[in-house]
Write a protein that binds this ligand. Sequence first.
Ligand code: NAP
Length: 464
Amino acid sequence: MIFNESFIEVTYIIATALFILSLKWLSSPKTSRWGVWAGEIGMALAIIGTLLYRGIVDYKLVAIGLVVGTIIGVPLGKVAMTAVPQRTALSHAFGALCVTLVGTSEFYLRSPDISPFMMSVLSMEVILGSLTFTGSLMAAGKLQEVLPQRPITYKGQNFVNLGMLALAIAIAVILVLHPDQTRLFPALIFIPLVFGVMLIIPIGGADMPTVISLLNSYAGLSAAAMGFVLNSKLLIIAGALDGSSGFILSVIMSKAMNRSFTNVLFGGFGQIQAASGGEKEQRPVKSATPEEAAAILAAASRVVVVPGYGMAVAQAQHKVRELFDALTKRGVNVTFGIHPVAGRMPGHMNVLLAEADIPYDRLLEMDAINGDMAQTDVALVIGANDVTNPAARTDASSPIYGMPILDVDKARTVMVIKRSMAAGFAGIENPLYYMDHNLMLFGDAKNFVGNIVRELSGSGSDGH
Ligand code: NAP
């Protein structure tokens, strides 16, 4: 059976359209499932189109690649949701390695007959691919805690890093002018490989998700460059979509943490974690039992639930749904305040609460809910810490000063479910816990919420 070029082109055009639709649909919870399907079908079509390409001389190696990819890919798809950032970083590393290898083979196949334009995009492909490969591996290692999360900094670090990048670009320029200088090419791979490591070591664990999003953008751009080298419109478009969406996401995340890009990349942020981790406040805090918490919630008419990383770790979202049902049945108005960087990845809370079928119109973004906080009877914080820390508003010396937060301290009563007085991801004290109108509900989020629900339903049946 002969598949001609135009059949393959049509396959690619449909795949491209599906990628664009996928991004569009993924941006709304109502259509996000279609978005996943569109992306998957688009990728399947892209693979099929590529397999039909007549230039393939031996399918054996392709088959081995597919088998190896599947063996690695299936378990990667099953990691816990809290591990998705490092899993994503690993995918970027694989993609970037692939781009670098393709660029390398294209160089040696074509040299010395490479036009200046072609050599420019090829250099961009290899530089971005190599630095994304090692950078993403480092980021995954830091998030998985197999590497130290603490930033490692030294004097003149930025100078050394930028110097390395400048050297790689200088070699690229020489190769553009003299593509026959094949001996220089390994340096074009090696220097960015080292640069990728050096780029990540001064960045603390807390900034890793933002950096991963930026590396996503680099991986996309290197794939787009590869598209020019291989003359594939599909790769150019898919790479550009990946590059721009990764970049936009990192900008959104930086904004939500009130950080600039340069501060994320060169700020050595996580150092603060190590510095302030040791000293603990000794002031007393008020705590309450599930029975007391249930009574306070039952007496409220307006409750705002603020979920965070702890709810994700405890997998408490289904219990939270039961709590939502129990309170709503009693006529309590329950809404959820969602901070853009609550948890460990963008949209983390939205995904978990949607999984538990909590009605989407009950989820309000920070700006929408903060204005109503003063009219709220109870703000119930479930495993969130940094995103509720009032020091961000009041303490100019705080490392998170200026970060927009959920103003739970403005509610009449605040209740915080967490296991201990331990700090959150930024590693800093939360003055909220010592306020007069705050009650600590010590325990695992799933168990504690479950106990509140039990109390509510026990007294609820003979109540209203
Ligand atoms: P957080 O500040 O990390 O605090 C989470 C709290 O959950 C901890 O203080 C912990 O206290 C508690 N916890 C852990 N396991 C628990 C369990 N099983 N049951 C109950 N509580 C538990 O989380 P957050 O308020 O969601 O803030 C997110 C942080 O991540 C921010 O600093 C943000 O800048 C950063 N970040 C997020 C993103 C993103 O995309 N979402 C990206 C980059 C950075 P105990 O140990 O005492 O229980």
